[in-house]
Ligand binder design. Structure first.
Ligand code: GLC
Length: 789
């Protein structure tokens, strides 16, 4: 069953009914402010650091899960009936309530109609100010005059998340509230220390105001709702009161009350504005600036224009509309959100635990290098600074404070050279390699030395077979076998990929002896991996320090006899060549492919086994214990393109594609316009049901798989390579791409219907000697004609 569809022209996903299987969210944000808005108006807002600077409240583990939110109640003053413009929280009978939600790029429109009253709310964040705006319109589409009263609802709550979690009694005893200049103002001294009680006080201020002066206001949540009530039936709304109440104390609330006398056909437009900052001086001018409806509307235009500009850097037109809406809009969108947010705050990540993950962000940025080079560079700087002098990276980093959690995951540092290489190949900013950045402790060193150290440390920390130590775990957090000296086959193939990347980089900048050293380490690790870890059909997974291994057809137990991760990476890194690569991927097909995507392992573990690690605590068929862990599926797609199997690559893509999930939204459960982290498989009680949408590595890897490996347009050291790998039925397609500030309109002809192979590339009519377009003058535009065959 479907709950909506993609509107290709508007670049929106349209949700046609509000009662989706779970709340479906969108992000509204700028560089400081991040808000989440569900399809029924629920969700939090934070700025700068989600641990310390909350603006709209997040009630963890709440029911319904998206409460509270940004609501507008409408009350018919003649009948006493009331409803909400976002369906929730009043939940009016859907037989009488019309609804539509447009999920846009950092804006969310929710439209409703109840008994001839039509409303529309557009939520978004001002592009350059620390404020969010709700553009609201209400229209009488009936034939009789109507007397209506509206109430906004926002739990304006400018204190840190830890205060709500660990010291709930304290916040409401410190909260200052007033009404001035048509603004409700909440302020409190907020402790910006990294734990409670550090007394690093900042007096935060939050404002809610509107573009029309309100007739009433209310600041106290408990009194507004009334005892034993909820957001579904606030007593103040039920009684139709219009109080003017703003007093210190209690859980703060931003309710502005407006009266509307609407003749038939009349419409009123107003905007609500929430602004917040570390001081009144910073927040107040922003709130006052947006008391002007035209300023609010202009801000929305800017949000849309910036996205237009962002997306214009990469667009395609293929025979497959689902593919196009992913590459052109929603995959870029999700990838941008993960680049900015890592795993910090989502409906499932509470913004308190882990800042940015070293391996997560190293991967996330790769999908955004083409459009967000400056952001990527800043994140890379933070990551480089997260490397310890011994070469191992800090697993999690809070970017605003620099705090980190060292947990010795020995894959972490191996992702860094890969993401720096992506950035350099895209931008040509080779000077970045010479930038001096300190280790977590100690002196500054050129970025290049940091990268070299990433290879060194893995090379030095190897076990009895010569494969890399796993440390606490590798990419798979749940495979933590106890001894740090157990060996990871995944880290071995990841090492090979990264060492080869470093070899090419070193060669490109003329460091030939380094390049030779990287090459010899690559060759040696490749030889060992093939000698030790190949079981005849696929690669094993872990060799235990105490002896024995997991992941092989001849192991005594069926539990964990095959793992996905090393198979595609063996192909991508060149470790598995020729027939061996084909065999490894055919084994993936035979043992792991399901209708919902590729499973992470088979068979799933059933009972806790300390030798295997915490993966075995997880129920079988979910998360790391044998679900479709979506992050890994694009790896298989990329590996298939390396083998030249375009049909197969597309087949795997279709199993996880947004368009596919939209058609089975009732089974899939989560938002179909973004990837989720995992999809359950039997014996999980709900096969096909996804979990943890939005902040997942699936976004970046899908972006790379679709744009750089299927469409095959990818930056390499010498320029922009054109190397498509597509289904045979794709006879013609087009890619418009910006690369180093020049634009390329690439038309690909595939009249022979091949899956891979480029016969000729012409740029502006001139044939190139190979399929690599050299960088062109900044600002220039070029027509590229590619003939496959
Ligand atoms: C989560 C983590 C990521 C890890 C993956 C597999 O997505 O954020 O770091 O690699 O799980 O365990």
């Amino acid at each position: 069953m479907e709950y909506g569809y993609f509107d290709h022209k508007a670049r929106e996903y349209v949700i046609t009914r509000p009662d989706t299987p779970i709340a479906w969210f969108n992000y509204i944000r700028n560089n400081r402010w991040t808000g989440m808005v569900s399809n029924t108006g629920g969700g939090v807002a934070v700025f700068d650091d989600p641990r310390f600077k909350r603006v709209l409240r997040y009630r963890y583990n709440n029911i319904p899960a998206d409460r509270p939110g940004r609501y507008i109640y409408i009350r018919d003053q003649e009948t006493g009936e009331y409803w909400s413009a976002t369906w929730a929280p009043v939940l009016t009978n859907l037989k009488k309530f019309k609804y539509r939600c447009r999920v846009g790029l950092n804006y969310q429109v929710i439209e409703s109609q109840y008994k001839s009253i039509k409303t529309s709310i557009t939520y978004f964040v001002a592009p350059d100010d620390n404020a969010e705006i709700w553009l609201f319109s209400i229209r009488n589409a009936g034939h009789t005059p109507r007397t209506l009263r509206t109430y906004s609802y926002a739990e304006l709550n400018v204190w840190g998340a830890m205060r709500d979690l660990m010291n709930l009694d304290n916040g409401p005893r410190c909260t200052r509230l007033s009404f001035e200049n048509n603004c409700i103002i909440h302020s409190t001294w907020n402790d910006l220390g990294s734990s409670l009680g550090t007394m690093n006080w900042v007096r935060m201020h939050g404002f809610i105001t509107a573009t029309l002066p309100p007739q009433g206001w209310y600041t106290h949540r408990e009194f507004f709702l009334g005892p034993y009530r909820s957001e579904a039936n606030p007593i103040v709304v039920e009684n139709g009161e219009c109080p003017q109440y703003a007093k210190n104390g209690g859980y703060p609330l931003g309710t502005l009350i407006h009266d509307h006398n609407l003749a038939p056909g009349d419409e009123v437009e107003l905007a609500y504005v929430i602004a917040a900052d570390d001081s009144r001086e910073a927040a107040e001018p922003v709130a006052l600036k947006f008391q002007d409806l035209a300023a609010c509307k202009a801000a929305l235009v800017t949000v849309k224009e910036r996205w237009e500009e962002h997306l214009s850097k990469l667009q395609c037109a293929t025979p497959d509309p689902d593919f196009d809406i992913a590459v052109n809009v929603f995959n870029q969108y999700q990838s941008t959100m993960t680049t900015h947010l890592s795993r910090s705050i989502s409906p499932y990540e509470w913004g308190v635990g882990r800042g940015i993950g070293f391996r997560d962000s190293s991967q996330d940025v790769m999908g955004s290098c083409h459009a967000l080079a400056d952001t990527v560079k800043n994140t890379l700087r933070i990551l480089v600074k997260g490397q310890n002098p011994d070469g191992v990276a800090t697993h999690n980093i809070f970017p605003k404070t620099g705090e980190g959690q060292d947990r010795d995951f020995y894959d972490d540092h191996l992702w860094l050279p890969m993401s720096v290489a992506h950035y350099l190949k895209e931008t040509g900013d080779m000077a970045f390699l010479d930038e001096l950045i300190p280790y977590r402790q100690g002196e500054g060193a050129p970025v290049y030395d940091h990268l070299k150290l990433c290879i060194d440390v893995t090379w030095q920390r190897r076990g009895q077979h010569g494969l890399p130590h796993i440390g606490h775990a590798d990419w798979n957090d749940g495979l933590n076998p106890g001894s740090m000296e157990s060996e990871s086959v995944f880290d071995a193939v990841l090492f090979c990929y990264t060492a080869r990347e470093m070899e090419n980089l070193a060669r490109f900048i003329g460091k030939n002896s380094d390049a030779d050293m990287f090459k010899s380490r690559y060759d040696e690790m490749k030889r060992i991996t093939n000698d030790v870890a190949w079981d005849g059909g696929w690669y094993r997974r872990i060799f235990y320090k105490e002896g024995g291994y997991i992941g092989g057809k001849d192991q005594p137990s069926r539990l964990g006899y095959i793992f996905l991760e090393p198979q595609p990476w063996a192909v991508m890194s060149g470790v598995a060549e020729g027939e061996r690569g084909v065999k490894a991927l055919d084994s993936v097909r035979e043992h792991l492919c399901t209708e919902y995507g590729v499973a992470l392992l088979r068979e799933a573990f059933t009972e806790y086994d300390p030798t295997i690690g915490s993966i075995s605590i997880v129920l079988p068929g979910i998360k790391e214990n044998g679900s479709v862990f979506c992050h890994t599926n694009p790896w298989v797609i990329i590996a298939e393109t390396v083998l030249g199997r375009g049909e197969m690559a597309m087949d795997y893509y279709k199993r996880i594609a947004y368009g596919t999930k939209s058609k089975i939204a009732d089974i899939h459960g989560t938002e179909p316009y973004v990837y989720s982290q995992h999809i359950g498989l039997p014996p999980w009680y709900h096969p096909g049901r996804a979990g943890n949408p939005w902040l997942t590595g699936s976004a970046t890897w899908s972006m790379l798989a679709l744009s750089q490996w299927i469409l095959g347009v990818r930056p390499v050291w010498g320029g922009l390579m054109i190397d498509p790998c597509v289904p045979k039925s794709w006879k013609k397609f087009r890619i418009d791409r910006e690369y180093r500030a020049a634009r390329f309109n690439i038309q690909v002809e595939n009249s022979d219907g091949v899956e891979k192979g480029v016969r000729e590339v012409r740029i502006d009519g001139k044939a190139l000697p190979n399929n690599i377009i050299p960088p062109q003058e900044s600002g220039s535009t070029h027509k590229v004609k590619v003939t496959m065959g």
